[in-house]
Design a protein around this ligand. Structure first.
Ligand code: ADP
Length: 583
C-alpha cells in the first residue's frame, strides 16, 4: 500500500526534493540572521561604517525570504499536481466503468471520493514526506552524536525510542481505520444529500424535508464522531511520545548521574547528552505527525483504489472476427446517416446479477434494416433491457445479438455505439444551453444540420419562443422544458449522431394532442431513413409501425402488424384496449 501511495509522488520526486532543499536553505538563512545582526551591532560599536553589514543583512533577509517562499510554493504546487493527477485518473475510470457496476454505486459517494479523498492525499504526500525525511535525518544525527558520548546512556535512550515506536505502531492502524470510516461517513453524507437533491420536488411534496435533513445530519455527525476518534488516537500517540521522552530524560538523568559519581562519565558529557535528548523531541513529534498523515493518506487511497480497481468497459472486442455482411462496415459520415442496420436477438438469456431472476429467457426476434418496429408488452416484460443489451450497457449471458449482421461482441464498443441513437425513457436533458444539449452526442455537426434536426423534431417553435433561442439555459435536467419538448430534444440529439439504428423508449406519461401528433410525425419521418426500434406506449405509434414485437415475461410472444395482432393475440388485444388508451 505504501508503495502504491508513493507511486503518486514518483513523477514529482525531483521537484519535491528541490522544494525540500529550498525550505532547508531558508531555515539555515534564518539561523544566520542573529549572527549577521551581531556584525551590525559590532560595526556600530566599532564606530565604523554600518552600510556594509546592513546591506549584508538586508540581502540575507531577502534571499532567505525568496528561498523559503519558493520552497513552500514548490511544495504546494507538487501537492496540487498530485491531487490533479489523482482526480484525473479517478474521473477517467469513473466515466468508463461498466453500467452494471455503476448501478451499485452511489453518485454522491463517488463525488466525495473525487473531491474529498483526493485532497487528503496532498498533505501526506508533500509536507508529510519531506518533514518526515528531515526529521529522520535529525533523529539519526542526534543519535550518532549521543553515541560518541556514552554508550550506556544511548542504550537507555534507544530503549525508550523503541517503546515509543511500539506504542505508535499499535495506534497507527487504528487511526487509519477511524479515518477510513470518517471518509466513508462523508461519502454517505454525499449520497444521502444527492438523493434528496435528485428528488427535490418529491421531497417537498412528501413533506420529507425534516426527515431528509435529519438523515444527512446523522451522516455528518457520524463523520464528526469518526473524526473525533482520529483525534483521540492522534493525541494519544502525541502524549505517549511526550511521556516516554520525559521518562527517558529521568532515566538518563538517574543513570547518567550514577555514572558521573562513579567517574565513568564527565558532567559536561551528561549535560550535552541531555541537551541532545531535548533536541530529539521535535523530530520524533514530526515523525509521529507524519505517521498520522500517512494513515490518513492510506485511508483515502484505499477509497480511491476501490474505484480504480473496478474494470473499465473493454473498448475493443475480445477476438475480432470478420463482419458477416458488408452492411456492418463503419457508418459513412456523409449524407444523413449511415446505411440502416437491422438487429436480431437469437435465444438471448440475461439476468442483471448472479442472484437475480432471468429477465430474458430465450428472447428471439428480428428487426430488418429500415422501417419502424415497435416493442410492446406489460411493464417488466424486459423491453428496456433489450435496449440495454443492444447498447452493451450489460452483457447477455446466452444466445446471440447481432447488429448489422455482426455479433455485437465483435463490434468495437465505440463503433457499435456510434451506429446507434438512444433515447432513454425519461429523455434526459442535461443542465446547460439547448444548443449544448443538442450537440451533446455529435460535436462536429454544421449549423445547417442542426437546423434540419430542429425542424425535423418540430423544435423550431420552441427555439423561436425561448428568450435566447438555442443559447437559452434549460435548467438542471432540463426542468425548464415540458415533457414533450424534453423528449424531442433527446430525439434531435440522437438524430444528429446520424444513427443507423434509433432506439427510442417512448415516455409513458401523457402527451398533449399537439405533442403527440408531433412525436408521431417525427418517428414516421425518421423511420423512412433509418431503422427505428421503439418501446411503444401509445396507440398512434403501434398503428404506424411496420411490425410489432409483443414481449411477455422475458420472452417474445407474438410478432405482426397491429391489424394482425388485434385479431390473433389475446395479450395484444388487451394491451391495445388498456395500455394504449393514451392514443
Ligand atoms: P420493461 O421495459 O418491459 O418494463 P425492463 O426491461 O425495464 O422491463 O425490466 C425487466 C426486469 O428487469 C424488471 O423486473 C426490473 O425490475 C429488472 N431490472 C431492470 N433494470 C434493472 C437493473 N439495472 N438492475 C436490476 N434489475 C433490473
Amino acid at each position: 500500500m505504501l508503495k502504491e501511495l508513493l507511486a503518486y509522488v514518483r513523477p514529482y520526486r525531483r521537484i519535491l526534493i528541490l522544494g525540500g532543499l529550498l525550505g532547508l536553505i531558508g531555515s539555515v538563512a534564518g539561523l544566520a540572521m542573529p549572527l549577521l545582526a551581531k556584525y551590525v551591532v559590532d560595526a556600530f560599536g566599532a564606530g565604523g561604517s554600518m552600510a556594509g553589514p546592513l546591506l549584508g543583512l538586508t540581502v540575507a533577509v531577502l534571499i532567505g525570504a525568496v528561498v523559503s517562499a519558493s520552497g513552500s510554493y514548490l511544495m504546494e504546487r507538487t501537492g496540487e499536481g498530485i491531487v490533479l493527477g489523482a482526480r484525473r485518473r479517478l474521473v477517467d475510470r469513473m466515466l468508463r466503468l461498466k453500467v452494471a457496476d455503476v448501478d451499485r454505486l452511489k453518485p454522491g459517494d463517488l463525488l466525495s471520493r473525487v473531491t474529498g479523498d483526493t485532497t487528503l492525499l496532498r498533505a501526506v504526500l508533500t509536507n508529510g514526506i519531506v518533514e518526515s525525511v528531515g526529521a529522520a535525518f535529525m533523529l539519526v544525527g542526534a543519535i550518532v552524536m549521543m553515541a560518541t558520548m556514552d554508550a550506556v546512556l544511548l542504550l537507555v535512550t534507544l530503549g525508550v525510542i523503541v517503546v515509543v515506536g511500539g506504542i505508535v505502531a499499535m495506534i497507527m492502524p487504528r487511526i487509519q481505520r477511524a479515518q477510513a470510516q470518517a471518509q466513508e461517513a462523508v461519502g454517505e453524507m454525499g449520497s444521502v444529500l444527492d438523493r434528496a437533491l435528485q428528488a427535490y420536488r418529491t421531497v417537498k411534496a412528501s413533506g420529507a424535508e425534516e426527515r431528509e435533513i435529519a438523515v444527512v445530519g446523522e451522516a455528518a455527525a457520524r463523520a464528526r464522531d469518526r473524526g473525533l476518534q482520529v483525534a483521540v488516537w492522534t493525541s494519544l500517540a502525541g502524549v505517549s511520545t511526550w511521556v516516554s521522552l520525559q521518562i527517558a530524560f529521568l532515566a538518563v538523568l538517574a543513570v547518567g548521574g550514577a555514572r558521573v559519581s562513579s567517574g565513568a562519565l564527565e558532567v559536561s558529557s551528561l549535560i550535552a547528552f541531555l541537551l541532545y535528548l531535548f533536541y530529539l523531541v521535535a523530530p520524533i513529534g514530526q515523525l509521529v505527525q507524519g505517521g498520522v498523515q500517512l494513515q490518513q493518506g492510506l485511508a483515502a487511497m484505499q477509497r480511491i483504489k476501490e474505484i480504480e480497481a473496478l474494470p473499465a468497459e473493454p473498448a475493443e472486442p475480445a477476438e475480432p472476427s470478420e463482419p458477416a455482411e458488408p452492411a456492418a462496415e463503419p457508418a459513412e459520415r456523409t449524407g444523413d446517416g449511415g446505411v440502416p442496420v437491422g438487429v436480431t436477438f437469437q435465444d438471448v438469456v440475461f439476468r442483471y446479477g448472479e442472484d437475480r431472476p432471468l429477465v430474458h429467457d430465450g428472447v428471439t426476434f428480428e428487426v430488418p434494416p429500415g422501417g419502424l418496429t415497435a416493442l410492446v408488452g406489460p411493464s417488466g416484460a424486459g423491453k428496456s433491457t433489450v435496449f440495454g443489451l443492444i447498447e452493451r450497457f450489460y452483457e447477455h449471458q446466452g444466445g446471440t445479438i447481432t447488429v448489422g449482421g455482426r455479433d455485437i461482441r465483435d463490434w468495437p464498443l465505440g463503433e457499435l455505439r456510434a451506429a446507434l441513437g438512444y433515447v432513454e425513457q425519461d429523455a434526459p436533458v442535461l443542465a446547460g444551453t439547448l444548443r449544448e444539449n443538442l450537440l451533446f452526442a455529435a460535436r462536429d455537426v454544421t449549423e445547417d444540420e442542426l437546423n434540419r434536426a430542429i425542424a425535423r423534431t418540430r423544435l423550431d417553435d420552441l427555439v423561436s419562443r425561448l428568450p435566447e433561442g438555442l443559447e437559452t439555459p434549460v435548467g438542471h435536467r432540463g426542468v425548464l422544458l415540458s415533457g414533450g419538448e424534453r423528449q424531442r430534444v433527446a430525439i434531435a440529439r440522437a438524430l444528429l449522431r446520424r444513427p443507423r439504428l434509433l432506439l427510442l423508449d417512448e415516455a409513458t406519461s401523457q402527451l398533449d394532442a399537439v405533442n403527440e401528433l408531433r412525436l408521431r410525425e417525427v418517428i414516421a419521418e425518421v423511420a423512412r431513413e433509418t431503422t427505428v426500434l421503439v418501446i411503444a406506449h401509445r396507440l398512434s405509434t403501434v398503428t404506424g409501425a411496420d411490425r410489432i414485437v409483443v414481449m411477455e415475461a422475458g420472452g417474445v410472444r407474438a410478432v405482426g402488424t397491429h391489424a394482425e395482432l388485434v385479431g390473433e393475440d389475446d395479450l395484444y388485444r388487451e394491451l391495445a384496449a388498456t395500455q394504449f388508451l393514451v392514443g
